[in-house]
Design a protein. Sequence first.
Length: 136
Amino acid sequence: MQINLNRAKRSKLHTAMRDAIGVGADPTDTEEVMLSGFIEAFCWADYPGEAFELARALDAHIYSDLHRSDFCFVTVDACELRDALGAKSVNMALRMCGMRPRQRGSRIIWSDAPGNEPTMTVTLPADLLDRWNEDV
């Protein structure tokens, strides 16, 4: 299903949803980042259902690795997946997983860590969504 709304209507919906659940323009904690990502995907993705499914696949991949480690936070290398699926949809899905973009040299990495907390690095393979769809 594709939502056929013009930019003005999408913007109004985006603002109304943020106001309704109390999420500001600059989310301050992981839950707000997740809610902000959900709102962004719902209002701006061409196919929101696909964005939500990608977020589920990312969440399962990231946190299955994290739960088997001694770390509390992750740094995500999403370069391969972004090249395969496009930056817009992958970025939306990462935000729905509570990740924030960070500059590291010339690369953008994503992390849920506050400040300089130690993190485990998780690389998202280009075929992650295909693997997820096979398993589901």
